[in-house]
Design a protein around this ligand. Sequence first.
Ligand SMILES: N[C@@H](CCC(=O)N[C@@H](CS)C(=O)NCC(=O)O)C(=O)O
Length: 204
Amino acid sequence: MLTLFHAPQSRSSRMVWLIEELGLNCEVRYCQIAVRNGHTVGEADAANPHPDGKVPALLHDGVLITESAAIALYLADLFPEGDLGAPLGSAERGTLLTWICWAVGELEPAIWSRMTGEADRDPLVKARYQAAVDRLLEALWVGPYLMGERFTAADVMVGSSLAWARSCLPESPLLDAYAERLAQRPARIRADARDDNTAILNAA
Ligand SMILES: N[C@@H](CCC(=O)N[C@@H](CS)C(=O)NCC(=O)O)C(=O)O
């Protein structure tokens, strides 16, 4: 049995998207988080098994998995028929791992550095931001997805950041076209519908 602990319009939204892409029978349990966008907004939900009270958290038959990158990889591996991952030993495995880890290890910090203004103040941070942008654009120049013709869990990870932080990345028809391509996916539309403001209000 799969249960996702999810707070609407947060990092766990990308996991709802992934679940929709994979067509999984997964219970999505809405929960409250203590901090949103750097502001305390309430108490962490006691029912959330995440050790830090954060989302996402996934329970699979009693086993807890946290960290978006780990959950993305875990689900892509567990449901290979969804064709969003790459099997161990396949030629694509290394590239998939690279993009999923890059999304949280490089792209997210780059976006935050632009959001906080650090990338404007510190030349080293600015260079790291620019390197992330260049790497993304280079992949999309080949496109249409990060790993070429095939949409993967890596696109969910990167595309979700693009969806909430498009304004932190430079103007680019390539980025816009990629964001639009992802936004039009039926699974993404279904996931967005489960993740609107009303869902925040209804969160436990
Ligand atoms: N590295 C974690 C970050 C998770 C995270 O920070 N989630 C935020 C929501 S966007 C959260 O739950 N914040 C609540 C808190 O900090 O108390 C991941 O990618 O899963």
